[in-house]
Design a protein around this ligand. Sequence first.
Ligand code: FAD
Ligand code: 2HG
Ligand code: ZN
Length: 473
Amino acid sequence: MHTESFIAELQSIVGPNHVLISADDKAPFLTDWRKRFTGKAIAVVMPASTEEVAAIVKCCIAARVPIVTQGGNTGFCGGATPYPSGHEIVLSLKRMNRIRSTDIANQTMTVEAGCILQSIQVAAVETGHLFPLSLGAEGSCMIGGNLATNAGGTNVLRYGNARDLCLGLEVVTAQGEIWHGLKGLRKDNTGYDLRDLFIGSEGTLGIITAAVLKLYPLPLSQWTTLVATNDIPSAIALLGLFQKRAASLLTGFEMMTQESLDLCASHFPQMANPLSNKPPYTILIELSDHESEEHVRLLLEQILETALEDSLVSDAIIASNLSQAQAFWQMREHITLAQAQEGANLKHDITLPLSSLDQFMQSTDALMRSAYPGIRIINFGHLGDGNLHYNIAPPKGVDPHAFNQAEETAIHELVYAQVEQYGGSISAEHGVGQLKLGGLRAHRGAVAHDMMKAIKRALDPDNILNPNKVVSI
Ligand code: FAD
Ligand code: 2HG
Ligand code: ZN
């Protein structure tokens, strides 16, 4: 491969301004959001259309250059970061950011992969609809990346994850062909489900260029409350109570330990927990209603009354206006930002059956604290989905890089052994990327892992799309 002629060919496809080759221009695309992974790339290429993506893939096949597709670069597993070998290109979809159409009768919107999630949410509201995918990175992550990682976020317990919100895809295959799968159908049993195969495949099977998304009626009113619970069994009983009494009106159920909130407040003092006496667990609950403000407010008050009577909660604050509700959510979302400011940490994005969650937390906390005295367990997450962000930070005053270098493997092993014991998953919503590549065979089992490798070989025999992410062949 002659680098110069390869670059010239890429330039002829997308135009010279859209092939970045200088170190400074490429730098923002070569390190992930957490600054955990840094790689190198021949170039960063920014196509403006699906046809240009297809032409780039064909050019890369001919030159035997692998492609690392990138959306908003907010992923947590290094999936969008090239390896340090420098033999890959980064394909950034940021220029493919058009909303192609909205079909009000069908309640769908067709968007290009480089649309920022928040811009889709706003466009949906402008038509009187809700696009329910919601996460802390929504101001910069892109829908292609959301689908490629099957992102979760805070509305999963009511609306499902990214997979549940997508009806059709347009994909450029590893052969540089275009699969036109942009149908907005809620039923389609015509053989294998290709859409679901590409969703969650983290750029290893195809390049998502556009998607048909589901829209929902915009709720009339939302009420948010923060409640204090003393233990996880009470929190889970509270979840059951809300599910029974509020049913589909329950749209958020998030858990934060006080240790997480203390860290958050130490970096963002204006975001201290408004509940008094620093309860062990703070739960953020959101109800969304289509009937009326009074209806949902009354329902929330009645459920909280029962919860207080049954001693499931010891304290509660209902947000009295929109800005207080936003402040509750900000506190929740800022735990990740506080951790980033505090320094390197070890993330564990895990799910457990709700029935095992308490035992998991008690035994893992005990093992962790006895092995690493002074360790900080920053545990929070989407309790309604059984999804914990069980993040580990070194004892205060200990250099995080030195600590991670010495203890990372042992800490991951400790947590993941516990996850296996309690029937959980080592990746709930963030994916595999390069971070969890090595642990996947043991976790999924040889049979499942071999099927995944067979799929990768069948769809991408030249191993051109994001090699050595998710699975190695
Ligand atoms: P990128 O990081 O650019 O890419 C992620 C993966 O998808 C890579 O493997 C990449 O190759 C692939 N990819 C990207 N675009 C395409 C495409 N068009 N076709 C094929 N493959 C593609 N995640 C959650 O699930 N829930 C959360 O609550 C959540 N909160 C977050 C909060 C913060 C502050 C941050 C920084 C991140 C959070 N994330 C969360 C993680 C991240 O935002 C999601 O994984 C998101 O879906 C990634 O989107 P992206 O556009 O940034 O993708
Ligand atoms: C969230 O739920 C994100 O806020 C980030 O998934 C989790 O920081 C994390 O580990
Ligand atoms: Zn999360």
